[in-house]
Design a binder for this molecule. Structure first.
Ligand code: NBP
Length: 477
């Protein structure tokens, strides 16, 4: 009988196929399977010679091809397909076998599946994998969540296939239950904010500084040599530099301005609302995509709704101001995302080590950036940090950028350019650094119309003013 494979991959679309190839390239025997068998045949024909692959047609053959405990990576479309695969696998598996969902599943589904599988003696892991097609093949950032003992069974393979930065694998056990998929969700949310900030900088450089796409591309190329150095800034330079073969115009100028989304940004914002964490950067990025989708409405509004008279002002200072505003807003977006992970960790008893998240995002994934080294260092020094803005490096970075940031928000507002992520990040910063904000009035109003009570700055307890009666104050607790 043929030797059994150490691990199996079911779901051979782009991500599964590349992940299987990555694993096999490390000398690990991999059994592969896909619902539509023709895809397995195609995979074996194209890549079967690259490593020790066993192609299997039926789920039974797939399960039988694996050594025990069986380690099965499921890389299918998130949602119902994952449940369908688990349902098919479950009767064929033995106690202690491991199902690893490496797709972009929503973390509450992962929590549910972990419990359902446990009831059948199966160990379930929800694992975030970032890096797209190329990352999956050459080295993704991996965020494994679930039972630590199950992780120990796959740790060697996962760390081997992950990206490495300074010889450190971009893979670490994140926490139990849904923690891996949660962290991947926030990663994607931060990616939304990062991309939105880049788009706003591009819009300002075009519509306020009056530069064309190739010129803006050169600016991004330059920015990629400083504090902003990152994969997304690098590819922005490349996308802006590309000429359309059909028209000879910059390609970006012929791409429709409607952004799509698959849901992870929205989930991040929804969860922030549930947790009560202010997550303005990511949320504005999600809303900016939904506003972009209203293309027909925007077309009608563009000739109906008034804006300021255009007044372009191209100068060196503006370009540098935009760079600084981009950096400061990015710091805020990450500070918010990390604050959210901290809140979720406390809420769910996940015991997340936040510095590890920065470490494993330094390579392989879409938000990989130099900047993450600073975040890793910040948490190494202050593991229980409430907010990244309070670490001297970031406090100073934002303090140094704030004048430029305010000028950019001002000029954009004056010239009618929408910058929801830049301006909401600045408002968050200004709100966060205020010892006393205006919520005292909110409480007063709530007490007036709904007797919701308020607390006083000079006395313990809850109070209500009898607004409609004699105006006297009563203690309510
Ligand atoms: P897709 O998300 O396009 O899913 C296609 C795969 O799901 C095929 O293998 C398909 O089998 C299988 N499948 C479906 Br659809 N329904 C099924 C069912 N009921 N039972 C069994 N198999 C079923 O593939 P992908 O783009 O490779 O992404 C895989 C996962 O990785 C997703 O969760 C995705 O969000 C995540 N992810 C993707 C990227 C990326 O850059 N694409 C990056 C990071 C994470 P079939 O061939 O028989 O139809």
């Amino acid at each position: 009988m043929a030797e059994k494979s150490r691990i199996g991959v079911t779901g051979l679309a782009v991500m599964g196929a590349n992940l299987a190839r990555n694993i096999a390239s490390r000398g690990v025997a991999v059994a592969v399977h896909n619902r539509t068998a023709a895809k397995t045949e195609q995979f074996m024909a194209e890549h079967g010679g690259e490593g020790d692959f066993t192609g299997t047609e039926s789920v039974e053959d797939f399960v039988n091809a694996l050594e025990r405990p069986r380690r099965i990576i499921v890389m299918v479309k998130a949602g119902k397909p994952v449940d369908a695969v688990i349902e098919e696998l479950t009767p064929l598996l033995d106690q202690g076998d491991i199902i690893i969902d490496a797709g972009n599943s929503h973390f509450p589904d992962t929590v549910r599946r972990t419990e359902e599988c446990a009831a059948n003696g199966i160990r379930f892991m929800g694992v975030g994998v970032s890096g797209g097609e190329e990352g999956a093949l050459l080295g993704p950032s991996i965020m494994p969540g679930g039972d630590p003992e199950a992780y120990a069974e796959v740790e060697e393979i996962f760390t081997a296939i992950s990206a490495k930065v300074d010889d450190t694998p971009c893979c670490v056990h994140v926490g139990p239950g849904g923690a891996g998929h949660y962290v991947k969700m926030v990663h994607n949310g931060i990616e939304y904010a990062d991309i939105q900030l880049i788009a706003e900088a591009y819009d300002l450089l075009g519509h306020v500084a009056g530069l064309d796409a190739p010129a803006i591309g050169k600016i991004f190329e330059e920015w990629n040599t400083g504090d902003l150095e990152s994969f997304l800034i690098e590819i922005t330079g490349k996308v802006l530099a590309k000429t359309d073969e059909r028209t000879g115009r910059p390609l970006v100028d012929v791409i429709v301005d409607q952004a799509e989304q698959k849901g992870t940004g929205r989930w991040t914002s929804q969860d922030a609302l549930d947790l009560g964490v202010p997550l303005t950067g990511i949320t504005e990025a999600v809303f900016a995509r939904t506003l972009s989708a209203l293309r027909d409405e925007r077309k009608a509004a563009s000739t109906t709704l008034a804006g300021p008279a255009p007044a372009q002002k191209a100068d060196e200072q503006l370009v540098e101001d935009i760079r600084q505003a981009l950096y400061a807003s990015k710091v805020v977006a990450y500070a918010q995302g990390f604050a959210q992970m901290r809140a979720a960790s406390i809420e769910n008893d996940w015991d997340l080590t936040l510095g590890d998240m920065a470490t494993i995002w330094r390579g392989g994934c879409i938000i990989r950036a130099q900047f993450l080294n600073r975040i890793r260092d910040a948490y190494a020094e202050h593991p229980d940090l409430d907010n990244l803005l309070m670490v001297p490096y970031f406090t100073e970075a934002v303090a140094n950028a704030q004048d430029a940031w305010r000028r950019v928000v001002t000029v954009a507002t004056e010239q009618g350019v929408a910058i929801p992520a830049f301006s909401s990040s600045l408002s968050y910063y200004d709100g966060y650094r205020r010892e006393r904000g205006p919520a005292n009035l909110i409480q007063g109003l709530r007490d007036y119309f709904g007797a919701h009570t308020y607390r006083r700055i000079d006395a313990e307890g809850s109070f209500h003013t009898r607004w409609a009666q004699d105006g006297s104050e009563v203690r309510t607790d």
